[in-house]
Design a protein around this ligand. Structure first.
Ligand SMILES: [Zn+2]
Length: 174
């Protein structure tokens, strides 16, 4: 019986019992070849695929968010070196939350005149390296609380002055 190795966890498998993954390999000649890889179970394989997808999404989110702030697709290798340093402090998922919560401040920081791109990257990276460690993401707020408040007030025929006042207070908060 053919022996195989699990492509996720590296366990030794018997290919006849294992979950088979079909992979299309592009050969140098331009031909395509169908190959088989093996995994302990379909569940393990799907979990790994979902994990890889999430890793890529988090990375893309961070990259394109910063490119949007800079105003172009950054290609400078120094940028990627600095990014690796941020990842020693926080995961890309947390970095993306940090960027969104501090967007206005960071955009302002990027807006200053810099001698060159390298200085801009160093300046931007210094902010992240100094603030990421202590960053705690806000708890996600439930959907559309403002709309619910407004509807409650307008639909209620017995609204009191107190209620109206509390709506005004809420509006001030936003
Ligand atoms: Zn496995």
């Amino acid at each position: 019986m053919a022996k195989a190795t699990c492509l996720v966890c590296g366990a030794k498998l018997n290919s006849a019992d294992a979950y088979r993954v079909e992979i299309i390999v592009n050969k140098r000649t331009g031909e395509k070849e169908l190959k088989y890889r093996y995994c302990c179970s379909e569940e393990e394989y799907l979990k790994e695929e979902a994990r890889k997808k999430k890793v890529k999404e988090d990375k893309d989110n961070v990259y394109y968010f910063i490119c949007d702030m800079f105003g172009y697709e950054i290609q400078n290798t120094q940028f990627f070196d600095e990014w690796a340093k941020w990842n020693k402090l926080k995961s890309n998922e947390i970095i993306y939350k940090y960027l969104r919560e501090n967007e206005a401040f960071l955009r302002q920081a990027c807006d200053k005149p810099f001698d060159n791109e390298y200085h801009k990257i160093r300046y931007f990276s210094a902010i992240l390296k100094n603030t990421l460690v202590d960053f705690k993401p806000k708890v996600e707020v439930a959907d559309k609380p403002k709309v619910v408040v407004a509807e409650t007030i307008y639909e209620s025929p017995t609204q009191s002055l107190n209620k109206r006042r509390s709506l005004a207070d809420l509006e001030d908060m936003f």
